[in-house]
Design a protein around this ligand. Structure first.
Ligand code: DQA
Length: 144
């Protein structure tokens, strides 16, 4: 696998969860869109969603040495998890942090991200397009 796409807590409910904030696309429809784009780039993707911090950390460990990049929407763990930051700091590939909503336009507790201390780049507020742009960036970074 070239790129691992990690989605954190509550993102399994995309499509029905506060659609006025997060949109009507489901995680499956996002995966289908990204697989199509990845095929155009000649890249392979793996997808992982969990509501559990430790499970996300275990999956990041598995990605060490086996993938070239991670696209991660850590959801609420963005703002709380030193442990996910530490796990990403053991990862040698590229990391792009994605948020569907513009976290800077929302409550102040969403303005700080531990994961941003490690991320090569951050995309927020562009909805599902953010995942696609992250994929396009990694394609360019890998071929450059
Ligand atoms: C989110 C923003 C987070 O603050 C929130 O806890 C989420 C989703 C986003 O994609 O906009 O669950 O990461």
């Amino acid at each position: 696998t070239d790129i691992l796409i990690i989605n954190g807590p509550n993102l399994n409910l995309l499509g029905t969860r506060q659609p006025e904030i997060y949109g009507y696309d489901t995680l499956d429809s996002i995966a289908a869109m990204l697989n199509q784009r990845a095929a155009e780039h000649g890249l392979t993707l793996a997808f992982f969603q969990s509501n559990h911090e430790g499970a996300i950390i275990d999956r990041i460990h598995q990605a060490r040495g086996t993938t070239r990049g991670i696209i991660i929407n850590p959801a609420a763990y963005t703002h709380t998890s030193v442990a996910i930051l530490d796990a990403l700091n053991t990862y040698e590939g590229k990391v792009v942090e994605v948020h569907l909503s513009n976290v800077h336009k929302r409550e102040s507790f969403r303005h700080h991200s531990y994961v941003s201390l490690r991320a090569d780049g951050v995309i927020a507020g562009l909805g599902v397009t953010g995942y696609r742009l992250a994929l396009d960036y990694l394609h360019q970074a890998f071929s450059g």
